[in-house]
Design a protein around this ligand. Sequence first.
Ligand code: 5GP
Ligand code: ZN
Length: 116
Amino acid sequence: MTDSECLFCKIAAGKINADVIYESDDVVAFRDINPQAPTHVLVIPKRHISTINDLKKSDSGIVGEMYIAAKEIARQEDIADDGYRAVMNCNAAAGQTVFHIHLHVLGGRQLTWPPG
Ligand code: 5GP
Ligand code: ZN
């Protein structure tokens, strides 16, 4: 998939509307359209990366930034102390449906483990 066809590239570029709650030079975070918890936010790099499998050593900074964003969002959403989950799905067996990496930040309820 090219960047021009990618849903999350379009959201990052502001071409498709999303409920954006956090933005830095390199990442943007918005509420999931089909939330699985009271807080369900997706943190994405503005630059297109399809899956975790495509990460290069030089992408370590952007992945770190995604987690720093998750931490900030958890504080903003007041779920930091109670607890939350910040996870990425990779490919079909994990249920990845949008092939632009995204960190799911989930909280506001008791989450179960192991996940389904
Ligand atoms: P995945 O299954 O790939 O890990 O997660 C993709 C997530 O993107 C899903 O939780 C889905 O609800 C969310 N999603 C899909 N399309 C849109 C959209 O157009 N806008 C927003 N805000 N979320 C979306
Ligand atoms: Zn993309």
